[in-house]
Every structure is written in structure tokens, then in C-alpha cells.
Write a protein that binds this ligand. Structure first.
Ligand code: A2P
Length: 316
């Protein structure tokens, strides 16, 4: 299983299971199936509304002797309503309690967006704090503190652009160790990849298959389906693998962690096998040409009338 190395030498399994959009009632079986298949990395977040059920699956896997805690890599995230310094540790402890574990391997600031305590998805300007009211550097300092306390081994961010990463790199005691962002052949993020390589920041690709099951209000009808892209399907056919496996192998070939979501046992096993697929230089070059800067997760749900966030302020 391919691993990626953190600055302190710790290694993370590059391939993991995504749990965004995995419904309660489905995610328990998915996590158990994944761990039995050989997955050793599970990506979670409290906003996914399923951490308790993930925790039940993890606990059973430990009790049944399938894996030990130290064999797994568990990532979770700080929701936007807990950016205030005093809210970070309680939020992390709630996640630990739901997941029924006593430390995370990686804890990420989920979005560079702060919202009022107890609001899950902000709807109006008064639901938000601006980044002047709660600067990211304040939240980051609290992330450093929970790391120092051993509640999480590593800390990082998600959905940060290069400028925001740079400012934490300059202001923080600890540089972010990870940025988890949307990444797939339609959104290759070459500048981010180069920047992170230079700074020793690892990357995780979310929505690597194009998240066709994301909430329908974010989807437009004329949007291309990544899993049906002719270049991807042609490479898949030539190699006798599935389009999803090509997309997963593409991230791993770029030394980027990848967390495809599935709740279907057959697809969970299929995705796992993608880690063995090697793409040739020519295949990588053909896929490189597919880049079109297309975000499926635009962040437009953070943009409200007279609110403090714009798409420009999010992505630059
Ligand atoms: P399901 O959970 O029923 O398997 P992303 O990781 O980009 O968010 O994509 C997740 C979506 O892709 C889900 O709809 C998931 O459905 C589907 N999916 C996961 N694995 C595969 C696969 N191997 N082939 C086709 N679709 C897949």
C-alpha cells in the first residue's frame, strides 16, 4: 500500500475511504467492508452527520481483532462553527467521542470560513463571522495546541488556496501538514501541487470520481461526467480496469492521497484494487490535457447577500 511521508517521517496510507455523503445506515457497513478489504485510512468529518456510526464500525473492527487502532489512519475535521480558539478542543473531543477513539491521526480546518456557533450550514449574512472577526491564524494556533496535547498527531487544512496556506506558513508555529482539496483530471491544481511540494505540505484529493451523488442543488444539468470522459474510459478499456480505478490511480501516480467515497461493497473492493494500477507516462500526459479548472464543489453555499465571503475570496 502506497504511503506519503510527513515532515516528521510519519507515513500515511495514500489511499483511503471517503465518508462524505455516506448516509447513516450505510456508512457502518461501508467502513467495516473497507477495513476487511484492506483499507487503512478513513476520512471523516462531523458535518457528514455519520461519525457515531463510523465509530461503531471502528470499535467492532478493534473488538473483532480485524485491526488495531495503530494500524489505521483516521482523519477528521473542524467544522466552521468552531473556529473560535476556545471551541477547537471541545469540537475535537466530540469527534473523538463519536468515533470512539482517543486520538486522531490528522485533524483539518474544514473550510477557511467561520460561522456562528451551532449553525451547521449558514444561510444569511448574520450566520457568519468574517475572517477579521476570527482570523484563520487564531484557529490555527488552537489547532497547534490540540496537536501539542496529543489529541491529534498531525494538523492541516482543507479547501485553502495558496495565499491562505502561505499566511499560515508564515504566522504559525507549525506549518500546515496537509491540504485536502477537490482534485481530479478536470481540476488538476498544478500551481497548488507545485507550491505544496516546495513547502513540504501533503495533498489529499476529495471528489476524485466527480462526486456525482453530491446534493442536487449544486449540480448543473449540462455538467460533464468525469466517470464517462472518453479519455478516461479509453484508458480504462485498454487496461481492462474501470474508469473509477483510472481516476484513483491517477492521483496515486501524482503522489497525492485519494479518498473515493463508496457505500457499495463491490465498488469498495474495486476501488481498493486501483492502488495496484500503474499508468504510463503517455497515459498521464493524455489525462493532463483534460484539465479545465472545473470545480464540482464550488463553495457557492458560503456566498450570501452582504455576507463576508465571495468565490474570489475563497479561491483567489
Ligand atoms: P456508491 O457509494 O454507490 O458506490 P466521490 O468520491 O468523487 O465523491 O464519488 C462518489 C460517487 O461515486 C458515489 O456516487 C459513489 O457511489 C460513486 N462510486 C464510488 N466508487 C465507484 C466506482 N468504482 N464506479 C462508479 N461509481 C463509483
Amino acid at each position: 500500500m502506497k504511503t506519503l511521508q510527513f515532515r516528521n517521517g510519519d507515513k500515511m496510507p495514500a489511499f483511503g475511504l471517503g465518508t462524505w455523503k455516506s448516509k447513516p445506515g450505510e456508512v457502518y457497513t461501508a467502513v467495516k467492508e473497507a477495513i476487511k478489504t484492506g483499507y487503512r485510512h478513513i476520512d471523516c468529518a462531523p458535518i457528514y452527520g455519520n461519525e457515531k456510526e463510523v465509530g461503531k464500525a471502528l470499535t467492532e473492527c478493534f473488538e473483532e481483532g480485524i485491526v488495531k487502532r495503530e494500524d489505521l489512519w483516521i482523519t477528521s475535521k473542524l467544522w466552521n462553527d468552531s473556529h473560535a480558539a476556545e471551541d477547537v478542543e471541545p469540537a475535537l473531543k466530540k469527534t473523538l467521542s463519536d468515533l470512539q477513539i482517543d486520538y486522531l491521526d490528522l485533524f483539518l480546518i474544514h473550510w477557511p470560513v467561520a460561522i456562528k456557533k451551532g449553525v451547521s450550514m449558514a444561510q444569511k449574512a448574520s450566520d457568519f463571522f468574517s475572517l477579521k472577526e476570527i482570523p484563520l491564524s487564531v484557529t490555527w494556533r488552537a489547532m497547534e495546541d490540540v496537536q501539542e496535547k496529543g489529541l491529534t498527531t498531525h494538523i492541516g487544512v482543507s479547501n485553502f488556496n495558496i495565499d491562505k496556506l502561505k499566511s499560515l506558513t508564515v504566522e504559525g508555529r507549525v506549518k500546515p501538514e496537509m491540504n485536502q482539496i477537490e482534485m481530479h483530471p478536470y481540476l488538476q491544481q498544478e500551481d497548488m501541487v507545485d507550491f505544496c511540494k516546495r513547502e513540504g505540505i501533503l495533498l489529499t484529493a476529495y471528489s476524485p470520481l466527480g462526486s456525482k451523488d453530491r446534493p442536487s442543488n449544486l449540480k448543473s444539468d449540462d455538467e460533464p461526467l468525469l466517470l464517462e470522459d472518453p479519455v478516461i474510459t479509453k484508458i480504462a478499456e485498454a487496461k481492462g480496469v474501470s474508469p473509477a480505478q483510472v481516476l484513483i490511480a491517477w492521483s496515486l501516480n501524482r503522489d497525492i492521497s485519494v479518498i473515493p467515497k463508496s457505500v457499495n461493497p463491490e465498488r469498495i473492493r474495486q476501488n481498493y484494487k486501483a492502488a495496484d494500477i500503474k499508468l504510463s507516462e503517455q497515459e498521464m500526459q493524455e489525462i493532463a490535457k483534460l484539465d479545465r479548472g472545473l470545480r464540482f464543489v464550488t463553495g457557492n453555499f458560503w456566498v450570501v447577500e452582504e455576507g463576508p465571503y465571495t468565490l474570489e475570496s475563497l479561491w483567489g
